[in-house]
Design a protein around this ligand. Structure first.
Ligand code: BV8
Length: 245
């Protein structure tokens, strides 16, 4: 990462674990007690809109109460150290933005945005964010259909504009720092194989081996909140040394 000008930081749920938010596929993860098809699919929402609405409201409450951890803050610091940093995240918690990163691509949307479940205006009709006390899905102010979180559920396409931007950033970057993802979910993970095929340097930070480990040039085993700050501090020290001649 020393002579990197354009860096992509690709993150998953493990990035926010040190902020107290559960991952999905760890033993104590979200999917351990909640079937994804019931809570993170259009069919699940159609079957039980109230249940899915309340589940996301509860997660939104947790995400609002959580704070960016040292790993998020170190990634935000990269904005001041490198000319072009793009965070491509699968997370919906908004913690990278709260840490201060200027360019964040949310592949799977955001729990802090809501939209018409029928996308009645062609584009997602973003409606006002409901109160945390709202227990029933609000109705779309334009067509009367149920509203829902503006997140990407299983079987749904990723937002085309975000996806296209992510593909471009991977194509033009010098390196990818991959933090806290199992590399299981597609098409998000395919961006990492695109980077590999284009001979980009891949550095992975994760306490466990993952599908990504097999294509990473460097695997740093450890927690995001511990390893990423050390990595960024090393980069900063090397830059200072280079300036010092
Ligand atoms: C699509 C919603 C097609 C928001 C999420 C069979 C049937 C149907 C579909 C498929 C299928 N097979 C494949 C698919 C495609 C499917 C998919 O990939 N399934 C997987 C499970 C096999 N993908 C889709 O359905 C996608 N859409 O394909 O559409 C299509 C095409 C054309 C036209 C129409 C449709 C949509 C995928 C998005 C689903 N939405 N979330 C929400 O509620 O959050 S996915 C969910 O997984 C989250 O977004 C999450 O971020 C993402 C990826 O998981 P990770 O972030 O990697 O989290 P995970 O728990 O897995 O790993 C955490 C890691 O952190 C671990 O490695 C752990 O070791 C590490 N860790 C732990 N502690 C720390 C740490 N790291 C650092 N520090 C720590 N302290």
């Amino acid at each position: 990462m020393l002579d990197v000008q354009r860096l992509v930081v690709f993150t998953g749920a493990g990035m926010s674990k040190d902020s107290g938010l559960d991952t999905f596929r760890d033993a104590d993860g979200v999917w351990a007690n909640n079937a994804p098809q019931d809570y993170a699919s259009p069919e699940g929402f159609r079957r039980n809109p109230r249940t899915v609405w309340q589940w996301y409201t509860q997660r939104r409450r947790q995400m609002l109460e959580a704070n960016p951890n040292a790993g998020h803050r170190a990634i935000a610091k990269l904005d001041t150290l490198l000319p072009h940093v793009t965070v491509i995240t699968q997370n919906i918690d908004g913690l990278h933005q709260r840490a201060g990163n200027q360019r964040v691509l949310e592949l799977h949307g955001s729990v802090h945005r809501y939209k018409c479940s029928k996308n009645c205006r062609g584009l997602p009709t973003l409606t006002p964010v409901p109160e945390l006390t709202q227990e029933e899905p609000l109705l779309c102010p334009y067509c009367g259909a149920l509203t829902r979180p503006d997140v990407v559920w299983f079987g749904e396409m990723l937002p085309a504009d975000v996806w296209e931007s992510a593909v471009v950033e991977i194509a033009v970057c010098d390196a990818v720092l991959v933090v806290g993802t199992s590399g299981v979910v597609e098409p998000a993970a395919s961006l990492l194989w695109r980077a590999k095929n284009r001979r980009k340097s891949l550095v992975e930070v994760n306490p466990e081996p993952t599908l990504v480990s097999s294509i990473a040039d460097v695997v740093l085993q450890g927690k995001a909140a511990e390893v990423v700050p050390t990595l960024v501090a090393t980069l900063e020290a090397n830059q200072a040394e280079d300036r010092g001649g």
